[in-house]
Design a protein around this ligand. Structure first.
Ligand SMILES: [Zn+2]
Length: 254
């Protein structure tokens, strides 16, 4: 189960169906696809109607805020109502302090979406870059209760435990396949297995050996292989538990 892949991006226009079929053959039966900007929400929802494996989330990604308009919030609320049977979470939302978009705007859009998620009792899929402190502070200030997934977790054991206390699971992605990610690998090896979910972040973040190539959900197995090396549990237990963690942290999963 890939808890984070952008299968709606144009990078998959040529072979989307084939990717989904190959995933099914590999027993990767659920592909959570987070939303990024308002103009692509309808296409994403359509994709989820076309393919049962595609599980949509809806949200405004901080990286894409140059396309943001105030009316996006109204559309979000309307679609969350209309597709309440399908939407898994509000996401991907968060703060990206490596991108050239005002922190104030990012914070406004993030807090507004947290409040919408609260109203709908929905979890969130969190994006972070150099922003753990502000994310954690905001989640606490807003008393956000519905948890979700911290996408592509990298950070300290302390930060990991803070998110876990706030009801979040941590996304384990291609980052752990690189030896330079020593700190993250160590943290992932120390956390309880019931806090981890697997993800690829396709088409981004290709695992080691696939640099410069389009990442794809089939590569989830490479990440699983690496996670197995970091853990003491059996491969079977890791697959079962990570799957369960994903299903229970999101809505409308099979
Ligand atoms: Zn993403």
């Amino acid at each position: 189960m890939d808890s984070h892949c952008h299968l709606d991006f144009a990078n998959f226009d040529a072979d989307r169906q084939q990717v989904i079929e190959e995933c099914a053959q590999l027993s990767i039966n659920n592909l959570v696809v987070p939303g990024t900007q308002a103009k692509t929400w309808h296409g994403l929802l359509q994709l989820s109607q076309q393919y049962r494996a595609v599980k949509p989330a809806l949200g405004l990604h901080p990286y894409f805020l140059k396309h943001f308009a105030d009316s996006d919030f109204d559309v979000l609320v309307q679609l969350l109502n209309q597709f309440s049977h399908a939407v898994t979470a509000v996401g991907e939302i968060g703060l990206d302090y490596a991108v050239d978009i005002s922190h104030d705007l990012q914070m406004t859009v993030f807090t507004q979406q947290l409040s919408i998620a609260n109203d709908f009792k929905l979890p969130v899929i969190l994006h972070h870059r150099r922003s753990h402190n502000d994310l954690i502070k905001t989640l606490k200030q807003q008393r956000f209760e519905y948890g979700g997934i911290v996408h592509a977790f990298s950070g300290s054991l302390y930060e990991a435990n803070t998110y876990i206390e706030l009801g979040f699971k941590l996304g384990v992605g291609g980052g752990i396949t690189y030896s330079r990610a020593r700190k993250t690998r160590e943290v992932i090896s120390q956390l309880p297995l019931n806090t981890l979910v697997l993800e690829t972040d396709s088409p981004d973040m290709p695992p080691q050996g696939k640099q410069g190539m389009r990442n794809k959900p089939q590569n989830l197995l490479l990440i699983l292989d690496e996670l197995c090396k970091l853990r003491t549990e059996s491969r079977e237990d890791i697959i079962t538990q990570c799957r369960l963690n994903t299903v229970t942290s999101l809505r409308n999963m099979d």
